[in-house]
Design a protein around this ligand. Structure first.
Ligand code: GDP
Length: 528
C-alpha cells in the first residue's frame, strides 16, 4: 500500500469526558466492534480510586493500567483506528492536554443527567483553541436525564460549540424507545424488558410514514415528528468541511453500556473524521504525505519495573514512514538515535513493528534522551510546536531528606520532570527548587516514586505562589526590565528550559507588577 493510502486509512483520536460520563465503557464498546477484544470488562478504567487501597498502591495500579491503555488500536471497516487514552482525573489534566496535541479529532462524552461538567469544559476549551474536530456523544439515555433540546443548548453555551444533532432520542429513561438516526435516516429500536438489547434497525427515509405509528405508538411518533421538525429548523445542516475546521460539532445520543447508538457513532466517525493532519513546526508546516519521517514525543512512561531503568517514549508519526533500526535526528540534542525494537500498539497488546505511518503512535525504549515535546526527523532541523506548559496550581519547595542521596534525588527529579509529572522551577536568588503541580496528588506520586525508583527521600515545604508567569520582553537590556529583575529577584525563577518565570504571590501583586512594568509581558503558558 502506498503512503497516501496508509494515511487515508488512519483515524487517530481521543475520547474526553468528565470522570464517570462513560469514556471507558464507550472505548470498550468501540473495541468490541473492531473485534479487538472479545468481551466487555476487558478495558480497565484508569481512574484513581481513592480509599479502597493505600494511595501509593493505587498510583502504581493506575500507572500500570495507563501504560496498557495509552494507545488502543483496532481495525474497523477498512480503517485503522488509534484511540489515545486521556486521564479524566483533574490532577492529571496536563497529561490530557499533552495527549490532545497528538490527536486528529476527539469524541466528547457527556452524561445525559449531569450535562456539561467542569472537566469537559476545560478539555473542550483546549480542543476549541486548536480547532480540533469534535463529535459529541450524549450517553446514558437509558436513564432519566435532561431534555434533549435543553442539553443541546447547554452544550452550545457552556462549551462554546455550534452543534447539529445527527441522531435524536425517542423518549428517555423508562420511556426510552430508541433513536432516530438523522445521518443514516433510520430508526433503531431499543427493546427487551430491561431495555438492555438492541432490536431492529428500520429504514425510515420519511418520518411522516404512517407505519412509524405502528412501531413506536402514535404519541411517540407525533412527538418525534415535531421534535425533528424543530431540529431541522433550529440547527444548521451538517457540513463536513465545517466539522473538519472545528466550527460545527455533530451530536449523537445513545447508551454505551447497552451498546446502543455506538455503532451509529462509529460508522459516522470513520466516514467523517479526519486522517492525520498537517502540523506546524517552528520553521514550516509539515504534511503527512511528505516522504521523510518526522514525529514528536507527547508522552513518556517510566520505570514500571524498578529494576529496569528504561522508559517508553510515545512518538506520534507526523510525516513519512518510521522504520526500525534507522538512525533519526533527535533535534534538541543534535544526536542520531536508532531504535531496534519500536513498539506498536494493538488493542491492549504491544508488539515490535518494522514500519509505522502518519497517525500511528510508536513506543520507543529510551534510557533518558527524551523529554516531552522532542522532535525526531530524518535530518531536518525543526521543532514541532504545541506542547505548552500551563501555570501550575500548587507550589512547594522540595528538600532533600537524605544528604547521602543528593545525586539520586537530582536524577529522579530530572527524569520525573522530563516525563511531565510536574514542573520544576529553580529560584534565581538561592537556587532552591520549587515543584509546581496541577493537583495535590502529584506530590504523593513524586515522593513515592523518588523513593521507590531512585532510592531518594524528599520533604516538601509550603510556598505562597498564586501563579507562575512566563516573562517575555522585547529588549533584555532595557532599563525597565533590569529594574524588574532587581526589585523582583526574590520572585524570579527559571523553568526546566531556562525560561524566566515570575512567581506571583497573589493576583493583586501580579496586577501591580504588570502596571509598573508595562513593557514586560506575563504569560500563563510557556508557549507564546
Ligand atoms: P469514565 O470515568 O468516563 O471512564 O466512565 P465509565 O465508563 O467507567 O462509566 C462510569 C459508570 O457509568 C460505570 O458504572 C458504567 O457502568 C456506567 N455507564 C456507562 N455507560 C452507561 C450507560 O449508557 N447507561 C448507564 N445506565 N450507565 C452507564
Amino acid at each position: 500500500m502506498s503512503l497516501i493510502q496508509e494515511i487515508r486509512k488512519r483515524r487517530t483520536f481521543g475520547i474526553i469526558s468528565h470522570p464517570d460520563a462513560g469514556k471507558t465503557t464507550l472505548t470498550e464498546k468501540l473495541l468490541l466492534f473492531g473485534g479487538a477484544i472479545q468481551e466487555a470488562g476487558a478495558v480497565k478504567s484508569n481512574k484513581i480510586k481513592k480509599g479502597a487501597t493505600s494511595d501509593f498502591m493505587e498510583i502504581e495500579r493506575q500507572r500500570g493500567i495507563s501504560v496498557a491503555t495509552s494507545v488502543l488500536a483496532f481495525n474497523y471497516k477498512d480503517k485503522k483506528i488509534n484511540i489515545l487514552d486521556t486521564p479524566g482525573h483533574k490532577d492529571f489534566a496536563e497529561d490530557t492536554f499533552r495527549t490532545l496535541t497528538a490527536v486528529d479529532s476527539v469524541i466528547v462524552v457527556i452524561d445525559v443527567a449531569k450535562g456539561v461538567e467542569e472537566q469537559t469544559e476545560k478539555l473542550v476549551e483546549v480542543c476549541r483553541m486548536r480547532n480540533i474536530p469534535m463529535i459529541v456523544f450524549i450517553n446514558k439515555l437509558d436513564r432519566e436525564g435532561k431534555d434533549a433540546f435543553d442539553l443541546l443548548d447547554e452544550v452550545e453555551q457552556k462549551l462554546g460549540l455550534t452543534v447539529t444533532p445527527l441522531s435524536f432520542p425517542i423518549g428517555m429513561g423508562y420511556d426510552f424507545k430508541g433513536i432516530y438516526n438523522i445521518w443514516e435516516k433510520n430508526i433503531n429500536l431499543f427493546s427487551g424488558e430491561r431495555k438492555t438489547t438492541v432490536s431492529d434497525t428500520i429504514k425510515f427515509e420519511d418520518v411522516n410514514d404512517p407505519k412509524l405509528n405502528d412501531i413506536i405508538g402514535e404519541t411517540a411518533a407525533d412527538t418525534l415528528r415535531e421534535e425533528l421538525e424543530l431540529v431541522y429548523e433550529v440547527y444548521p445542516a451538517f457540513e463536513k468541511e465545517a466539522y473538519l475546521k472545528g466550527t460545527l460539532q455533530p451530536v449523537f445520543f445513545g447508551s454505551a453500556l447497552n451498546n446502543f447508538g455506538v455503532r451509529e457513532l462509529l460508522d459516522c466517525f470513520v466516514e467523517i473524521a479526519p486522517n492525520p493532519r498537517p502540523k506546524d513546526s517552528d520553521t514550516r508546516e509539515v504534511l503527512p504525505t511528505e516522504d521523510k519521517f518526522s514525529g514528536f514525543v507527547f508522552k513518556i512512561h517510566a520505570n514500571m519495573d524498578p529494576k529496569h531503568r528504561d522508559r517508553l517514549a510515545f512518538v506520534k508519526v507526523v510525516s513519512g514512514e518510521f522504520k526500525r533500526n534507522t538512525p533519526y535526528l533527535h533535534v534538541r540534542s543534535d544526536k542520531k538515535l536508532k531504535f531496534s525494537s519500536p513498539n506498536a500498539f494493538f488493542a491492549e497488546k504491544k508488539e515490535i513493528v518494522d514500519v509505522s505511518y502518519p497517525g500511528d503512535i510508536v513506543g520507543l525504549h529510551d534510557t533518558g534522551n527524551f523529554k516531552i515535546g522532542d522532535t525526531l526527523t530524518e535530518g531536518e532541523v525543526m521543532q514541532y510546536k504545541g506542547i505548552p506548559s500551563f501555570s501550575p496550581e500548587h507550589f512547594r519547595y522540595i528538600n532533600n531528606a537524605d544528604p547521602m542521596k543528593a545525586k539520586q534525588l537530582q536524577k529522579g527529579i530530572d527524569q520525573l520532570m522530563d516525563e511531565g509529572v510536574a514542573q520544576l522551577f529553580t529560584l534565581e536568588l538561592n537556587g532552591r527548587k520549587v515543584i509546581g503541580t496541577v493537583g495535590a496528588l502529584q506530590y504523593e506520586v513524586i515522593q513515592y516514586r523518588l523513593e521507590h525508583e531512585y532510592g531518594a527521600k524528599c520533604t516538601y515545604e509550603n510556598l505562597n505562589v498564586h501563579k507562575a508567569c512566563w516573562v517575555a520582553v522585547e529588549d533584555e537590556n532595557n532599563e525597565e526590565f533590569k529594574e524588574f529583575k532587581r526589585v523582583k529577584q526574590k520572585f524570579l525563577a527559571k523553568d526546566k528550559y531556562g525560561q524566566l518565570v515570575f512567581l506571583a504571590d497573589s493576583m493583586f501583586s501580579l496586577q501591580m507588577t504588570q502596571q509598573k512594568y508595562p513593557s514586560i509581558q506575563f504569560h500563563f503558558t510557556s508557549e507564546f
